[in-house]
Design a protein around this ligand. Structure first.
Ligand code: PLP
Length: 394
């Protein structure tokens, strides 16, 4: 039976198809690795956030198995009812110690950590001063808070100060918020200057370190550690889903922030906590970050090698300073066609177009990991060069 009330959705999909922007999900068989099988094809994988190769690390697997055997598959409730297990508390204590903060709270994902925190700590009378390229979860949290949102141009510290000045005389609270590493461009926030503004104007300072967790700072402690800003960022968000290799998000900061989120963080209050195996996996991951710093060194060695190779070939890698390296293409259709041709040639590099990035700024997004070999990266550069010439991109 047809459902005319859903016809508009089919129409929207047809419009995407016509623009060359409709995608199909690629299905991964087996493990998330530098060389993986997607849709039955063996490809060099430059599209995962598995920066350190922890998704398949033996110590993490073992921790998951042990927790599964000891405590079962699920927590059975939200944290505030009966779903707080000892392993959840242990993980939070570990994160707080790792980040040198008083306390930490774990959410189901980085997305819910951001959205749940911003919407909990601000209200209708307040102001959010936000970088234009901040992650969708920050934008959603800001909307949910009903605060007035003032967006400043990407990494423009003068504009950020101007926005703070505009609202300085208003009674509401102010939140200055930025991604630590920007997820589509791979550049780093001007955090020292933003911290100065936050202090000057009495704003709460918040950073989303999803792509800096396990990547930047000592043992992967993030941008606050990278810049030596301990104690100056009120709310630090990190993810457990990228370099840490499993799933989740966390907020760390002062004890009163964390206790408040226990009471008002809606995903914390209304959505079930992680299975014990997930918490145990993350706990093991933080131990690995401390015990195996060579993984982060290899990640950065590979990043320098690959970025230099791309630039030598004449690709435009934008403003990237981290393992996230875009290859700027411009037109959405062209980026998607480039990505499709690369896949046929044995390389997975996802095309990213509007609305994930602004119109006219479509790109391929590449991420190298610590576990790619030099041979794999060299082969990836060869494939990129050949297909780019065929597609008229180089
Ligand atoms: C991936 C990402 C998130 C979301 O993290 P998940 O744990 O995957 O939900 C939040 N912020 C930024 C900047 C991200 O890149």
């Amino acid at each position: 039976m047809s459902r005319p009330q859903l016809q508009y959705l089919a129409d929207e999909l047809a419009a995407l198809e016509a623009k060359g922007l409709r995608f199909r999900l690629r299905v991964l068989e087996g493990e998330q690795k530098p060389i993986s099988i997607f849709d039955g094809r063996r490809v060099i994988n430059l599209s995962s956030n598995n920066y350190l190769g922890l998704t398949t690390h033996p110590r993490l697997r073992q921790a998951a198995h042990q927790a599964l055997d000891r405590e079962g598959v699920g927590s059975g409730a939200v944290r505030t009812i009966s779903g707080t297990m000892a392993i959840h508390m242990e993980l939070e204590a570990k994160i707080a110690a790792f980040k040198h903060t008083e306390a930490a709270v774990v959410f189901q994902s980085g997305f819910t950590a951001n959205a749940g925190t911003v919407s909990a700590i601000l209200g209708r009378e307040d102001f959010i001063i936000s970088d234009e390229l901040n992650h969708a979860s920050i934008i959603d949290g800001a909307r949910l808070s009903r605060a007035t949102i003032k967006v400043f141009p990407h990494r423009d510290v003068a504009a950020a100060e101007a926005r703070l000045k505009e609202v300085a005389g208003q009674p509401g609270r102010k939140l200055l918020i930025t991604d630590g590493v920007f997820s589509m461009d791979g550049d780093i926030a001007p955090l020292p200057q933003l911290c100065d503004w936050a202090e000057k104007y009495g704003a709460i300072m918040m950073v989303d370190d999803a792509h800096a967790s396990g990547v930047l700072g000592k043992n992967g402690r993030g941008t606050v550690d990278h810049f030596g800003l301990h104690g100056r960022v009120d709310v630090q968000v990190g993810t457990l889903s990228k370099a840490v290799g499993a799933l989740g998000g966390y907020v760390c900061g002062r004890r009163e922030l964390i206790e408040f989120l226990y009471h008002r963080g809606r995903p914390f209050l209304f959505s079930t906590s992680h299975p014990p195996a997930v918490a145990a996996t993350c706990l093991a991951a933080f131990q690995v970050l401390e015990d195996e710093p060579e993984r982060i060194e290899r990640l950065w060695d590979n990043t320098r090698f690959f970025k230099a190779g791309l630039q030598q070939l004449g690709f435009n890698t934008g403003t990237s300073e981290t393992p996230i390296t875009p290859i700027m293409v411009g037109e959405g259709r062209k980026a998607m066609a480039f990505s499709a041709a690369l896949f046929q040639a044995g390389l997975l590099a996802t095309g990213i177009a509007f609305p994930t990035v602004p119109e006219g700024k479509a790109r391929l997004r590449t991420i190298v990991t610590a576990t790619h070999t030099r041979e794999e990266l060299t082969q990836a550069l060869d494939i990129l060069a050949r297909v780019a010439r065929e597609q008229g991109i180089l």
